[in-house]
Design a protein around this ligand. Structure first.
Ligand SMILES: Cc1ncc(COP(=O)(O)O)c(C=O)c1O
Length: 466
């Protein structure tokens, strides 16, 4: 079969190339969706066009989920911290850094269900969720090597756990003697009960044959496919079944769904602040219940033994500015009507609306009901696109980026084909994961809709891609 060469200049009605205004947003004429350029319409007192003017012009950016976004006002604040450090490093290190980190931790606390007046000793700022996972999993590995847990005891994780976190579980905990069990999850899903059922039965399996489940790693929002997991219920089940430690990986959570670490009740909870909370890359928080003195940063420096918040506040000379601008991100979200809750609610409503619009145009379905989605949804792609492997999904994603200027992750659902025994053009084997963040506009989703429609009309199939 000939490799598919996409047409250089799309033709006919759905082929209209998007035109862009000078401020970096889609021009209003596309499908008549927007009558005014975004720059002239400050929303909630925020000039979105200038806050996100650094976004590349002409790209339909439907993937906030992967790397997040940071407004100009927060970037300016970050630049000021960088300047202060370079201007007088000694004064910055001795007088400013630790109080500024504490200011960030305290600014965050009300957003994760903690009172600003409480002690912040359970809240550490780290680089990202990957680092938080390394901290927790290293702690687990020591329980095995120091004899608190027995070889063969179980660590449970979701089948859809993030790939890097899965590797971390193997690198730290399985190597120290843990037996890893993956909770199989169906996709598409129709209700949170689908997850709860599978989780219970894996837990029972883990606690059989003289073994004990020592740790459960639970995603709050899985990455691919993307679904909001009933995390409170799962933590509760873990408590009932005597699981020693529960780690919730909420990498996508803060700013996307409600995060209340007390109500969730896990031993450890992490979320990135650079994904949905408008911080620059890279900063995440790791909350640990009770005192965190037994947790250590994998990079050991002067503050070793002084508690995780202090340890992670100095892991050698580097740029700490991303961790210092949490209050500026809070100022940004507070400019919007309803603050972060208002942002979450509007993003959720819009992404569901856009997801349904796409599914209707393509004759497909959403991968999960709206109540299992935050600001991202999985939209089924037409089966005739022939997405038959992860590599097909990646190539289609590349095609959409290069030829249609749409940035959107594509998921290949191998289980769908195997489980249902479905084959052929009607079976949905691929999903687009669309995000909605404050800077998005409807016209960007029309670009994706029209790109896929055009591929279908052209008889495109992933097998045509080299
Ligand atoms: C569920 C989940 N966990 C962990 C991570 C890792 O995040 P980071 O790369 O910021 O460490 C991601 C990234 O998307 C994720 O989706």
């Amino acid at each position: 079969m000939e490799p598919y060469t996409p047409p250089h200049e799309p033709s006919a009605s759905t082929d209209k190339k998007p035109s862009f205004s000078t401020n970096g947003h889609y021009a209003p004429d596309l499908n008549g969706a927007h009558q005014l350029p975004l720059a002239k319409r400050p929303r909630h007192g925020v000039c979105l066009a200038s806050e996100f003017a650094h976004h590349e012009t002409g790209v339909a950016r439907l993937n906030n989920g992967s790397f997040g976004s940071c407004p100009a006002s927060v970037l300016r604040a970050q630049g000021e911290f960088q300047r202060l450090f370079l201007a007088q490093p000694d004064a910055f290190y001795f007088k400013m850094l630790q109080p500024a980190l504490e200011r960030s931790r305290r600014a965050l606390m009300p957003f994760i269900g903690l009172k600003e007046s409480e002690s912040s000793e359970g809240v550490a700022l780290v680089d990202n969720a990957t680092t938080a996972a390394a901290i927790v999993l290293q702690h687990m590995a020591w329980q095995f090597t120091e004899g608190a847990f027995h070889k063969g005891d179980v660590v449970l994780m979701l089948h859809y756990a993030y790939g890097a976190v899965k590797k971390s579980i193997h690198a730290y905990v399985a190597r120290a003697g843990a037996h890893v069990i993956e909770v199989p999850l169906p996709f598409p899903l129709s209700s949170p009960d689908d997850i709860i059922r599978e989780f219970r039965s894996s837990l029972q399996l883990g606690n059989s044959n003289g073994r004990r489940v020592r740790m459960a790693v639970i995603d709050h929002i899985t990455s691919m496919p993307c679904v909001v997991v009933p995390v409170r219920e799962l933590v509760q089940i873990c408590r009932e079944e005597g699981v020693d430690q529960v780690f919730v990986d909420g990498a996508h959570a803060i700013g996307n769904v409600e995060v209340d670490v007390e109500a969730i009740g896990a031993d450890f909870y992490t979320s990135n602040l650079h994904k949905w909370f408008f911080c620059p890359p890279a900063v995440a928080f790791l909350h640990s219940k009770g005192k965190s003195n037994s947790l250590h940063h994998p990079v050991v420096s002067h503050e070793y033994g002084n508690g995780l918040p202090m340890e992670s506040g100095w892991i050698g000379t580097r740029d700490y500015s991303a961790q210092l601008v949490v209050p500026d991100a809070v100022d940004f979200v507070n400019k919007f009507e309803g603050g972060i809750e208002g942002i979450r609610k509007r993003n959720h409503e819009k992404v569901v609306e856009m997801g349904r619009m796409l599914a209707q145009a393509w004759g497909t379905d959403l991968g999960a009901p709206p109540e299992m989605s935050g600001s991202m949804v999985m939209v089924g792609l037409p089966g005739c696109l022939g997405i038959c492997s992860d590599s097909d999904a990646m190539k289609l994603r590349g095609l959409l980026r290069e030829e249609y200027k749409v940035e959107v992750p594509i998921y290949y659902n191998s289980r769908r084909r195997v489980e249902a025994g479905e084959e052929g053009p009607t079976c949905i084997t691929g999903y687009a994961r669309i995000s909605y963040q404050v800077y998005n506009v409807e016209a960007e989703y029309f670009v994706l809709r029209d790109a896929i429609t055009k591929l279908v009309n052209d008889g495109f199939n992933c097998a045509m891609l080299s």
